[in-house]
Design a protein around this ligand. Structure first.
Ligand code: PHE
Length: 342
């Protein structure tokens, strides 16, 4: 029997299994209940004890070898593309991942923030639900100012004595910063603001602003102009012209509005600039001494400037977008055009 087992071991070792049919043949011949190994094990039981010791070991090795061969063959067939259902061809290129795009308002907000960061402005934020004092009172709005009117401001119903509202401008963040920090202060505050406006191509009930604030000893209107010149040239290029018009805000004195060359018609006159060649992009001025005092800053020692610009307006100019409502509609045909800008 010993030589028989040896012969069979060599035979099994030499079998090559290349397909599932061969594997099944192999199993039937050697490993099934009536296969060669089962017969050998039956025969083994009849041997004398001394013989069993030698043959038992060899027989077990043969069995292991046969089982191993069969297991390997099974592995082979489950990995084999032609017979397995879920085959994967690793040589194929992967499916392209469709990246999203940034919203144009986010893109422009990031550029504005980057431009001011370069000259040392920090970023500050404030809440969108504000109290009357931060949005109006501290900023020197008289109690009967029309901006407080229900038609301009969204008030929030509340049980508190204080009036709560959706902030109508980011100037409320100026107040929070001045109350909490000591000069020198040099900061910008980007954020969303709300006004009770009829929605049209040029106005919306929600939009975005960036506020700028610089308070220190000896800050002048010349500093304000210089900073805004720098900003416009970084944002739109060196060829863009700038002009200031006198204006009024309760929290700045003197106050101005700033226009730049209409980017769409390059100053020649078009419907966007109402044929004037100029478009307004921001309001600004020297922080009113009363506002400094309201926030606990000595107005004899310190002066400051502030400005506030609409991000939608800047974005419309930068990408030549004619209708403000597009920013809020989330139409993929519009948004996906900004992919290349990433
Ligand atoms: N808060 C003003 C607005 O919303 C803009 C502004 C900011 C003007 C700072 C002057 C100084 O129109």
């Amino acid at each position: 029997m010993e030589s028989k087992v040896k012969e069979l071991t060599a035979e099994v070792g030499g079998v090559s299994i290349t397909n599932p049919e061969d594997a099944e043949q192999f199993r039937l011949k050697y490993l099934s209940k009536k296969g060669i190994l089962a017969v050998l094990f039956d025969e083994f039981k009849t041997l004398a004890p001394e013989e069993r010791k030698v043959v038992g070991k060899q027989l077990n090795e043969l069995k292991q070898l046969a089982e191993q061969k069969f297991a390997q063959a099974k592995d082979l067939s489950s990995n084999n593309g032609s017979s397995a259902k879920e085959s994967i061809d690793h040589s194929l290129p992967s499916e392209p991942v469709d990246l999203g795009s940034r919203h144009p308002i986010s893109l422009v907000r990031t550029s504005i923030v980057d431009i001011f960061n370069k000259i040392g402005f920090t970023i500050s934020e404030g809440p969108e639900i504000e109290d009357d004092w931060h949005n109006f009172g501290a900023l020197n709005f008289p109690d009967d100012h029309p901006a407080r009117d229900m038609q301009d401001t969204f008030f929030v119903e509340s049980d508190y004595a204080e009036k709560w509202l959706l902030r109508t401008h980011t100037s409320s963040v100026q107040v929070r910063v001045m109350k909490n920090q000591k000069p020198p202060i040099r900061t910008i505050s980007p954020g969303r603001v709300y006004r009770n406006e009829t929605i049209s191509a040029r106005a919306h009930c929600q939009f975005h602003q960036v506020e700028g604030l610089y308070v220190d000893e000896g800050v002048s209107f010349a500093d304000l102009k210089q900073t805004l010149y720098y900003f416009v040239h970084e944002m739109f290029g060196e060829d863009i012209k700038i002009r200031f018009r006198p204006s009024f805000f309760p929290f700045t004195e003197p106050s101005a509005e700033m226009d730049i060359t209409c980017i769409i018609c390059e100053g020649k006159g078009c419907p966007v600039c109402k044929q004037s060649g100029w478009v307004e992009i921001l309001g600004c001025g020297m922080v009113h001494p009363k506002v400094l005092e309201n926030c606990g800053i000595d107005s004899n020692k310190y002066t400051g400037y502030a400005f506030g610009m609409g991000i939608e307006r800047i974005t419309m100019l930068r990408y030549q977008i004619k209708d403000l409502r597009l920013f809020f509609e989330n139409d993929m045909r519009f948004l996906s055009q900004f992919k290349s800008v990433l």
